[in-house]
Ligand binder design. Structure first.
Ligand SMILES: C[S@@+](CC[C@H](N)C(=O)[O-])C[C@H]1O[C@@H](n2cnc3c(N)ncnc32)[C@H](O)[C@@H]1O
Length: 307
């Protein structure tokens, strides 16, 4: 049983990440610190770990260890913070994306459709835009796009229309009020699946998750030393696709740009080729692990060319 968050793919991720016990590593998603503690256990007294988390709740979990620094900020700014800390280049980065069990299980955070609370979904209270603000102010076409792109919701247009029409007459600031407003769009047979998709889409938009991940992945080449690792655990296909593309083609769009000889150059090699997923035993113990996919990229010594 976890008391904050049960770390997913703990040993496979940390074993792949840490290859130099004297090195400097970065955990951009500290959460309850499960991965960070396992990284610290692998480091020598000379090693260093810098972690990021934008959620103030994680501050209570910080290990008292002279090798550890927590930056209570968005990992969008990993590179400038590491520059400021004179920590560049580093030996590896771990990103365990999404939200923690703690964030899901506290109703006031507004992430879980099965709980009562405000429709919030902000990972950091420095973020001025909550999900309630979004559903009350975004245009119908903006809502349609975000439900289609981030939730793959089949009736996205109708859902956006129902939301914008409910403004003023329904309570769109609470989870219960929002669920009742969108009830005409929610399928009777699989309401939980549908609501999970809707909540996921709003969460991704509120926290600008795609943009933030894109920034980290684009910066990773200049943050990590040759031979160092970028280990990413993702929980939905939009995130995983970006990581896969970076490791396979060298860009986030997955475009194969070849030179005159038909070669492509890329900063990371994926090792192994396919994504790694939790085994049945881990999923049995921790249901939240079931959608996890981990990819490991090794920073090339030079921009390796591949046929
Ligand atoms: C899945 S949890 C990580 C759990 C952690 N690996 C552990 O062992 O406890 C994701 C954490 O990353 C944080 N997070 C997500 N996106 C972030 C971002 N853009 N910047 C900073 N922290 C972020 C969340 O607040 C959450 O605490």
């Amino acid at each position: 049983m976890y008391d904050y968050h049960d770390p997913v793919l703990l040993h496979p991720s940390v074993d792949a990440l840490v290859t130099n016990p004297d090195g400097t590593y970065v955990d951009v998603t500290f959460g309850g610190g499960g991965h960070s503690r396992a990284i610290l256990n692998k480091l020598s007294p000379k090693g260093k770990l810098i972690a990021f988390d934008q959620d103030e709740d994680t501050l209570s979990r910080v290990p008292q260890d002279p090798r550890f620094t927590l930056v209570n900020h968005n990992f969008q700014f990993t590179k400038p913070y590491l520059e400021y800390l004179k920590a560049l280049p580093v030996d590896g980065i771990l990103a365990d994306l999404g939200i923690s069990s703690h964030q899901i299980d506290v109703g006031e955070r507004g992430f879980a459709h099965r709980l009562n609370g405000p429709l919030d979904m902000r990972m950091s209270n420095q973020n001025p835009i909550s999900a309630a603000h979004l559903v009350n102010t975004a245009s119908e076409s903006e809502l349609t796009t975000l439900f289609k792109q981030y939730g793959e919701i089949p009736n996205a247009r109708r859902l956006a229309e129902v939301i914008t029409r409910s403004r003023g007459s329904k309570d769109l600031a609470s989870i219960q009020g929002f669920k009742s407003a969108i009830a005409p769009c929610t399928p009777g047979k699989t309401p939980a699946k549908y609501l999970s998709q809707v909540f996921q889409a709003l969460r991704i938009a509120v926290n600008k998750e795609m943009f933030v991940l894109e920034t980290l992945l684009n910066d990773a080449e200049s943050i990590i030393k040759p031979g160092g690792k970028l280990v990413v655990i993702s929980y939905h296909s939009l995130e995983d696709r970006m990581v896969k593309h970076l490791f396979q083609t060298g860009n986030l769009q997955g475009e194969r740009h070849t030179d005159l000889y038909g070669h492509i150059s890329k900063p990371f090699d994926n090792q192994p080729n396919a994504a790694i997923t939790p085994d049945a035993e881990e999923i049995e113990k921790n249901k939240r692990a079931r959608s996890a996919k981990m990819r490991i990229g090794v920073r090339n010594t030079w921009k390796k060319t591949l046929s």
